[in-house]
Design a binder for this molecule. Structure first.
Ligand code: HEC
Length: 165
């Protein structure tokens, strides 16, 4: 074999090796990025189907769910008044800035709050969904103002509020 032919073969082999290294490395990088993206997307789905926005996003119910995503979970000034007093749905965009993902996993498992917070739904969520929810809300970043403070049962809350029997 001529030395020229040998050089061609060596060059071809080198290219083949380089291409296989490049194609092996590329998908690994893409898939680790999309794994994080997938988890955020899952969190968005969990929020969308579990109804957190109904209370934790001001006027979400009245907008027929059309409130822009950038306003999601910024809390509400709508009071929920009943024998327990008047509660306000927390600004979760600020709330999640204050706790770590590990703390949230624990909170979601044990949380109990006054009505109408459906804490039992949160207690029943799988850890994977609880973590995805955290990552999604964190990905939205902080926004809005804290919701009004709880008003005890013997005090009249300001408008607007929903009166429970
Ligand atoms: C029907 C209305 C309603 C829905 C639906 C709802 N929440 Fe709430 N949530 C509230 C209210 C009201 C409070 C405040 C309760 C209180 O003051 O005791 C609250 C409190 C909380 C708190 C406690 C915050 C703190 O300051 O300690 C967390 C966390 C929370 N909600 C998360 C969620 C998540 C996540 C979802 C969706 C899975 C959800 N909530 C769905 C009404 C709701």
């Amino acid at each position: 074999m001529s030395s020229r032919k040998l050089l061609y073969i060596a060059t071809a082999l080198l290219w083949a090796a380089l291409i296989s290294v490049a194609s092996a490395a590329a998908p690994a990088k893409t898939s680790s990025k999309s794994a994080a993206d997938n988890e955020i997307e899952r969190g968005r789905y969990v929020v969308a189907i579990s109804g957190c926005n109904d209370c934790h996003t001001h006027r979400f119910l009245l907008s027929g769910g059309k409130t822009p995503e950038k306003e999601w979970l910024t809390g509400s000034t709508m009071g929920w008044r009943g024998p327990w007093g008047t509660t306000y749905a927390t600004n979760l965009r600020l709330y999640f800035q204050e706790i770590t993902e590990e703390q949230w996993v624990q909170v979601a498992k044990e949380i109990q709050r006054r009505p109408p917070m459906p804490y039992y739904s949160l207690n029943a969520m799988t850890e994977a969904d609880v973590r995805a929810l955290y990552k999604y809300v964190r990905s939205l970043g902080p926004a809005g103002n804290p919701a009004p403070k709880f008003v005890p049962a013997d005090k009249a809350p300001p408008q607007p509020f929903v009166q429970f029997p």
